[in-house]
Design a protein around this ligand. Structure first.
Ligand SMILES: [Ca+2]
Length: 160
């Protein structure tokens, strides 16, 4: 093979690989049809979701996991997830979020701050399935990736 051809093939291969790799961050490691998206402004739309707000607060410590269970009823097409650990002195800090839908279908994440396109000490993502998300108990694991020994507080809202 001529060197020029080899280079051209490598360029094409790289062009094909980059979008696939960039898109992988928000894809489910599952075989179902759930679409994961960044929430454009990262803000809760209270008018749209005021019935379904499920909020919980806690304190996360270095290398510890907090498990938060949320029940999602049937016929819900979209849930939005807002994890916020912003505003602590000495930051920015790093917290990760891994989500297990019901039904042993694998998991989403772990997601870090930048997974939603903004480095703001928040993770704001939506999960959608036009035929209905899995109903039952969703498990949200909050992980203290880089937080002070004294811990930092956070809030998790799951709205639908
Ligand atoms: Ca973020």
């Amino acid at each position: 093979m001529q060197p020029e051809k080899t280079i051209l093939i490598l360029i094409i291969a790289a062009a094909l690989l980059v979008p696939a790799a960039a898109a992988h961050d928000l894809r489910a490691e599952t075989a179902d049809q759930i679409t994961v998206s960044s929430i454009p402004d990262g803000l809760i739309d209270l008018d749209k979701f005021k019935i379904g707000i499920r909020s919980v607060g806690g304190t996360i410590y270095p290398s510890e996991w907090d498990l938060i269970n949320k029940y999602i009823p049937s016929n819900v097409e979209t849930i939005e997830v807002y994890l916020d650990w912003s505003g602590h002195s000495g930051g920015p800090y790093s917290v990760a979020l891994t989500i297990y839908p019901p039904g042993n279908n694998g998991h989403f994440g772990p997601y870090y701050d930048s997974a939603d396109g903004r480095s703001d000490e928040k993770i704001t993502l939506s999960f959608s399935d036009s035929s209905g998300l899995p109903s039952g108990t969703w498990q949200f694991y909050v992980f203290g990736d880089d937080v002070p020994a004294s811990g930092i507080s956070y809030t998790l809202n799951v709205v639908y």
